[in-house]
Design a protein around this ligand. Structure first.
Ligand code: PHB
Length: 402
């Protein structure tokens, strides 16, 4: 016989306590988790001034559009944006990233455009473990030797966008090429990717020319190109500087004489500004305005309606950063503190992008089709796929957690 059970005092206590316990359990089961009532803080560290300003704006617009299309929330949580103009200044990058993570306490750090600034952001992301989404900067190391579980990219690695152009020109039998770019990580890595495929295919780089970022004094370099008379010129320029370069190339009398090629940043987002200086230029990139799918058309219409301007590759990359974030947050029901759960979901995400569907490499960089494009009117028309599902530089240079 159980002495406690038959004790009348115990029975009374049990009668009182049990219903209270049940009430607490029921309340807990239906309670809204504490995190659900708090806003999610999204840090946008991007260039809003200087030659890359319009790229930063397009990325911001794209990200916000993805959130708006998701009902203006993520996994039921409201969003608070914290924006910071990084000025494309590498010297301020680590301090800026540190401020937005440790002072503003953002839950996710989104940015940036410039590879030099990206190096500072990657450093802080690695030190703090903050969830980090790169919506443009191609710094190869970010998804190579400096990769980390909390760092994801929704854009490209620099060499990934230029390797296909080298392949195409080599296949066409082009022999001698001069390269020209701004002297910093993005330019160097863009030329390296081009050179890799072009020289493997039998081409020769006759001269590698550079000027400091964001200098646009192209004249002396164009005079030198005219004297060298290569079969073609390959360049990496972007934003305002790209529009100026195209105009100067035409004004120097080189357009139509020495064919000009580039990664697609040369002609993206600047076709209005460049006018007929951009006509017929061929580039390779992971997006083209005129991709003929319902997904791309719907995106372009929604973006144009929201912002009264046509989207470009930067808008797509910002949009995809938003889609990736939503995928991660949905998987953990808004509990961003569950970083492991978020990372696992983001690694598995298949992004239904306006560029076409893409997946993450094991280094957290998109594995994606690289299109050959040609400027036609005010559009980058896709004329073919230069390389399918390109993972470059190869993801195995990343030792995750190492
Ligand atoms: C970069 O610095 O990585 C960069 C900047 C602008 C672009 C592409 C890459 O359009």
């Amino acid at each position: 016989m159980n002495p406690t059970r038959n004790n009348p005092q115990f029975s009374i206590a049990r009668r009182r306590v049990l219903p209270a316990l049940v009430a607490v359990a029921v309340a807990l089961a239906f309670a809204v988790p504490a995190h659900a009532q708090q806003k999610v803080k999204v840090g946008l560290m991007l260039p809003y001034t200087g030659t890359y300003a319009q790229l930063g704006v397009a990325i911001t617009n794209g990200f916000k559009l993805a959130i708006e299309e998701n009902g203006g929330k993520v996994a039921g949580r409201e969003i608070e944006y914290v924006t910071l103009d990084d000025e494309s200044d590498p010297a301020k990058a680590a301090d800026n990233a540190n401020r937005i993570v440790n002072r503003d306490k953002v839950d996710v750090l989104v940015g940036t455009v410039h590879s030099g600034v990206q190096a500072g952001m990657v450093k802080i992301a690695r030190e703090t473990g903050v969830l980090h989404i790169i919506p443009n900067a191609g710094l190869d190391a970010a998804t190579g030797p400096l990769c980390a579980p909390n760092i994801f990219r929704t854009s490209f690695a620099n060499g990934q966008t230029s390797y296909p152009m080298g392949k195409v020109l080599a296949e066409r039998g082009v022999k001698n090429v001069v390269t020209l770019t701004w002297k910093y990580a993005a330019g160097d890595e863009s030329v390296a990717g081009f050179k890799d495929a072009f020289t493997k295919g039998g081409g020769k780089i006759v001269k590698e020319m550079t000027l400091p970022f964001p200098n646009v004094e192209f004249q002396p370099l164009l005079t030198e190109i005219a004297a060298l008379k290569p079969d073609a010129v390959y360049v990496f320029f972007a934003g305002g500087g790209a529009a100026k370069f195209l105009k100067d190339y035409q004004a120097a009398g080189l357009k139509g004489k020495i064919p000009l090629y580039g990664s697609g940043f040369l002609t993206d987002g600047i076709l209005e500004a460049a006018g007929d200086a951009a006509a017929d230029i061929e580039t390779t990139l992971h997006y083209g305005d005129a991709i003929d799918t319902a997904r791309n058309k719907a995106f372009r219409a929604a973006y144009a309606k929201a912002y009264k301007i046509d989207p470009d590759v930067y808008a797509v990359q910002g949009y995809d950063a938003g889609l990736l974030f939503v995928a991660g947050m949905n998987a953990v029901k808004g509990d961003i503190a569950n970083k492991k759960g978020m990372i696992a979901a983001m690694e598995k995400a298949q992004i239904d992008s306006p560029r076409g569907k893409w997946t993450m490499s094991s280094a957290h960089n998109p594995v994606q089709d690289m299109y050959l494009r040609k400027v036609s009117g005010k559009e980058n028309k896709v004329t073919g796929v230069a390389v399918k599902a390109l993972d470059y530089p190869p993801a195995d240079r990343c030792k995750m957690g190492g």
